[in-house]
Write a protein that binds this ligand. Sequence first.
Ligand code: CTP
Length: 390
Amino acid sequence: MVLKGKKITVGITGSIAAYKGCELIRYLQKKGATVRACITPSGREFIGELTLKALTGEEVLSHWKDGKTGLEHIFWARWSDAFVIAPATANTIAKLSAGITDNFLTSMALAYEGSIVVAPAMNCQMYKNPATQENLKKLKERGYLVVEPSSGELACGEEGEGRLAEIDHIYTELLRSLLPDYLKGKRVLITAGGTREYFDPIRYISNASSGQMGYSLAKMVYALGGKPVLISAQTCLEKPYGAEFIQVVSARDMYDAVMENLDRADVVIMNSAVADFRPASYSGSKLKKDRESPEVRLEANPDILKAVGERKRDGQVVIGFAAESDNILENAKGKLERKNLDYIVANRLDVFSRDEHSGWILDRDGNVVEIPPMDKESSALYILEKIFKR
Ligand code: CTP
């Protein structure tokens, strides 16, 4: 779990989206964090303190009352590895920008040393208002990490920008506030998912890849300060927050997209399960079963990673994946050499379409680092840290 051992304070302010602050608490706990909640007086109009206490199993920082020392905002700021304010109202954003400390939450913000994550939620006119926009700009200039709200139907009935961002997006920004920036400024090209090779308008050959590892890598590249460019075959997953996204279908589409983006990339991570073969012919109309059973002849697809290895420029880091059933390390080493890679991540076939991953990282000098079994997000982070911490 990526947040194992991390201590996080979730600040909740007086917005109708306050209940989503509770969802965020749950989400962060599922990622392994110990969470505390801090709520403003108007936030308490929406969410009861008892709810937060029951969810976190911790005291809640809310209002001045007996038994408090009046210094809690300082102690909580020191305790927290990360501090996220979600939802953040226009009022709280204005106070943060002006340095006003009229409640525990705004006081804690001033006492907190790291980058605070702020997820605004409000009516679209309030959000667009130059006062709010200027305040947010100021916060960004001071190192706050702002998770822009999404567009849609708002509680007031209007449509527009102002809905609290997705919980997973807030979590990803929070990771960026928490993790070291090993990939700062680096453009990282990642491929994901199993390509589809169609032989009629609705039938195709593909494989069992879910794309989860590639998407987790894109998320963790962003969390480590990088700029992920995700080239993805069809999957059931949401586009990862913070990534430039390019949708492809077949191996040939993926080849074109990779080649188009290769020169600007500092790092290439080829995680996609590329179909090695495609049907040699394509029928524009649906193949009918009352005819003779069709024979699908196959022809080879381009080896994208091999082409990347051949074109690799100085300083570019190229990482491949190898899914193997037998002689895992030996086969992976062969691929590393044949495709001119810097690293290859080898794993068994049973990681396909499962949330768990384990395997080995091999480099050009013959070093092998074991990846212990863990969820794919944690494994993605583990792999990136092992390679880029050096
Ligand atoms: N790969 C690629 N293009 C292909 C096939 C594979 O870019 N046509 C990449 C994969 O994304 C992966 C690496 O090459 O990073 C190894 O893929 P894998 O399927 O394990 O090996 P293959 O090279 O296809 O060899 P084999 O199928 O014989 O194991």
